[in-house]
Ligand binder design. Structure first.
Ligand SMILES: [Zn+2]
Length: 248
């Protein structure tokens, strides 16, 4: 990106903040050319790291975490508590649990910002790109990454995408979801069709709570979905959900 293009991006970023009524938040935008986009917070200062080679929806999504936090008044949907960050980083299993929870929180972020038509169009482009990735799964992709994607995109395609768009992409979506599901079952013996049937039943409940402003409802959704994942037993879910998402 040339410096002119970076400036254009920063201008659009300012416009996005305005649409979401976040002009008063202190948000530093850093651009990078590698890695995943991410958001973090240091006291009242937010930092968004955006990979400029990724779809611009990723930038909107990171802003959306702040939007969700303000709407619901629950900061841990944007950034985990400071005292748990190093534990997450140093414990592979906890990191996996955190990533799965984050995929589910992402669904609420995406739902809340995609109601704005400006963002819905970017979201749609992004989903189309994801669909192509889902139908061309890299052989080296790990089942954990695929589960992470499944938790995020199953609700996105079924319950965030608007009906007209969903109908247009119906066959492609069904095919992609089945491919990912089968790939996970092939790669991870803990997963089976039965597990997915139960998991989907919990994920389908997203549609009845996606509009919620009650963080406890979202946490319950996270709890019941992650309890269907064969990697974690009920005790693990109860204990670690509270660590990552403490009572406010
Ligand atoms: Zn996110």
């Amino acid at each position: 990106m040339s410096s002119g293009q970076i400036q254009d991006l920063k201008n659009r970023f300012e416009k996005y903040l305005k649409i979401l009524n976040l002009k008063n938040e202190k948000i530093l935008l850093l651009t990078q050319t590698y890695g995943e986009s991410a958001i973090s917070r240091d006291n009242a200062n937010w930092k968004i790291e955006y990979n400029i080679n990724h779809p611009e929806y990723e930038l909107v999504h990171e802003i959306g975490h702040i939007f969700l936090y303000i709407k619901i008044n629950y900061e841990y949907f944007a950034d985990p508590p400071d005292n748990i960050k190093s534990s997450i980083f140093n414990n592979q299993r906890l990191m996996l649990f955190f990533n799965y929870c984050n995929s589910l929180v992402d669904c609420f972020v995406d739902y809340n910002i995609s109601v704005y038509s400006k963002f819905f169009n970017l979201f749609l482009d992004y989903l189309k790109e994801i669909l192509n990735g889902m139908t061309n799964i890299q052989p080296q992709s790990q089942s954990e990454q695929l589960v992470e994607g499944y938790l995020k995109f199953y609700p996105s395609f079924n319950q965030i995408l608007r009906k007209t768009e969903r109908d247009k992409l119906k066959n492609k979506i069904e095919n992609a979801i089945e491919l990912v599901r089968n790939e996970i079952i092939n790669k991870n013996p803990l997963y089976s069709e039965d597990i997915f049937n139960e998991l989907n039943m919990e994920l389908n409940k997203f549609s009845s709570i996606k509009k919620t402003s009650d963080h406890q409802q979202i946490l319950n959704f996270l709890k019941f979905v992650t309890k269907k994942l064969p990697e974690f037993d009920n005790n693990y879910v109860d204990k670690n959900l509270l660590l990552i998402f403490p009572k406010s």
